[in-house]
Design a protein around this ligand. Structure first.
Ligand code: NAG
Ligand code: NAG
Length: 382
């Protein structure tokens, strides 16, 4: 009884303080059970069982969101122990991989041989376009790093990365210290070099796998916390510039028609506002003064500014955020100026929000879309 009263009081306090939902950009979903990747592991540590223990290993399930895992081991030469079709359930995988769960400390280990074999494994796994829409990952556990002469692994590592596959490395020997870590960092994709002694190594790799599984359809650019930085943290949001000058109302429908679930872009905070501006001005077909429509407009029914959302999803109120980017003197609302664009007003390339006529101002625009990730499967058509 006392507990119920306390809960009610607490709920009332929350409502009163107005800390309810703030407008927020979508984070990449990270539900490990629905991870959908193709993974080649090069040597393993016993962590591997925990790493994929919550995931659906194999393929051919009714839900296409599953992860295939294969294994290469190596010393001076490499062996493909399991191709990516070998395991058809998580239990099967755990049982099969267990006997190999030990990183070789053989001093004759040549990492290049492991990587070459992994590249071959991943290429075969994709033969006949099988699971072409699944991102590929190679996870390398290594206790030694050799870069001399014909054993130099950098070229094959670059080839793997250029093919679109992410390389995650785990340095597995404290003793070789700096040299091993520095060497593996050259092989790894940006931000994907880890150490087995890291506090939460399994969690770190799982987060990285979710980031890899979070991507945009071709021709869309992913919103991240740093423009043009390959190590930046990805949001579950994709952006694309509408290529034809259109009035706001036409731009709204153009975004919706560009891709299922797309809509005119939102700006919930300064980071997103800046990212969109950099994205827009980075496109050399746009020149200053920069002007482009965004998904903000005045809704006469509710008498409030609201943000576009996917068709059939309720729009979000501007009241749900503290961030506003109005140019000085704005908003200036009349019955014909309910729509909003970003407008450069000074000689720097900064832009701010301004009201505009919804039917007459022909400008480019920025569209937005949820990324593909563990909660959103994207088939081959993307
Ligand atoms: C899984 O694979 C094994 C070995 O390839 C096979 O013996 C088994 O029948 C398969 N199980 C299912 C459910 O497909
Ligand atoms: C920025 O512009 C450069 C040069 O045109 C291009 O290669 C790059 O992909 C652009 N970056 C983004 C994120 O659009």
């Amino acid at each position: 009884m006392a507990q119920t009263r306390f809960a009610l009081l607490f709920a009332a306090l929350l409502l009163a303080s107005g800390t309810s939902a703030q407008n927020q950009d979508r984070e990449c979903a990270c539900d490990l059970a629905n991870l959908w990747l193709d993974v080649g592991v090069v040597q393993v540590d016993s962590d591997i069982v925990t790493l994929f223990g919550q995931s659906t290993v194999g393929s051919g399930y009714q839900d296409p969101r599953s992860t295939r895992v294969g294994l290469v081991t190596y010393a001076s030469t490499a062996t493909q122990q399991f191709d990516l079709n070998r395991f058809n359930s998580t239990d099967d995988f755990i049982q099969g991989i267990f006997q190999y769960a030990k990183v070789s400390t053989d001093e004759n280990s040549i990492i290049k041989s492991g990587l070459s074999s992994a590249f071959d494994l991943m290429t075969k796994a994709r033969a006949n376009n099988v699971r072409r829409n699944y991102k590929q990952v190679v996870i390398v556990y290594a206790s030694d790093y050799k870069e001399d002469g014909e054993n130099n692994p950098l070229q094959i590592a670059d080839q793997i990365k250029e093919s679109g596959t992410t390389i995650i490395t785990v340095a597995f020997n404290q003793n070789t210290g700096g040299a091993l870590t520095a060497g593996l960092a050259k092989i790894a994709s940006p931000g994907a070099a880890f150490k087995s002694t890291d506090m939460n190594i399994v969690g770190e790799i799982q987060n990285m796998l979710c980031q890899v599984n979070c991507f945009c359809p071709d021709t869309w650019v992913q919103y991240t916390n740093a423009f043009n930085d390959p190590t930046a943290w990805k949001y579950g949001v994709c952006l694309r510039i509408g290529e034809i000058d259109s009035m706001w109302t036409a731009a709204k429908y153009a975004c919706q028609n560009l891709f299922q679930g797309a809509y005119l872009a939102t700006e919930f905070d300064n980071k997103k506002h800046d990212f969109s501006r950099l994205f827009f001005s980075n496109d050399t077909t746009n020149s200053p003064p920069y002007m482009y429509h965004i998904g903000l407009s005045y809704d006469t029914a509710t008498q409030a500014y609201t943000w576009e959302q996917p068709a059939n999803v309720a729009r979000l109120g501007l009241s749900g955020q503290t961030y506003k980017a109005w140019n000085s003197g704005y908003p200036q609302l009349t019955s014909s100026t309910g729509c909003v664009l970003n407008q450069q007003s000074g000689s720097d390339s900064m832009v701010g929000w301004q009201n505009e006529n919804c039917y007459s101002v022909a400008k480019r625009y920025v569209c937005e879309l949820s990324s593909c990730d563990t909660s959103k499967y994207c088939d081959n058509r993307v």
